[in-house]
Each structure stands twice: as C-alpha cells, then as structure tokens.
Design a protein around this ligand. Sequence first.
Ligand code: SF4
Length: 64
Amino acid sequence: MTSGKKRRVVVDEGECSGCGKCEDMCPHDAIHVIDEVAVIDYDHCDALGGCIKTCPQDAISWNK
Ligand code: SF4
C-alpha cells in the first residue's frame, strides 16, 4: 500500500446471509456471526483475505 490507510476486509451486511463459512475458516478467530451478520474483529484480523474467497455471497471485500 502506498497510502497510509490500512487494508481492511469489510462486510456488506445487505449481502451477508449469516452462513458462518467465514467464521469457520478464519485462522485468527476474527469473524463472528452476530444476529445473522458477519462481524469483523479488527483487533484479531490479520487481513489475510481468505474470507473474501470463502464467502459464497461475495459479501466480503477489501475496503476502498
Ligand atoms: S461467508 Fe459471507 S455470507 Fe457467510 S457469514 Fe461470512 S460474510 Fe456472511
């Protein structure tokens, strides 16, 4: 990254089905489905991005 902005994964709450696949795959235990929406715990997220590929709804993406 050339800017000082930290790369983050973000969840589109409107697209998330609450399936839990991202929660299951995250090696840092940084995603939890709460009230049927995936919530990223940025204190634990290491921005690996595996959840982006795992999500069947394309609900997770990099921040812009
Ligand atoms: S994998 Fe996608 S649809 Fe499933 S809980 Fe995670 S963000 Fe939501």
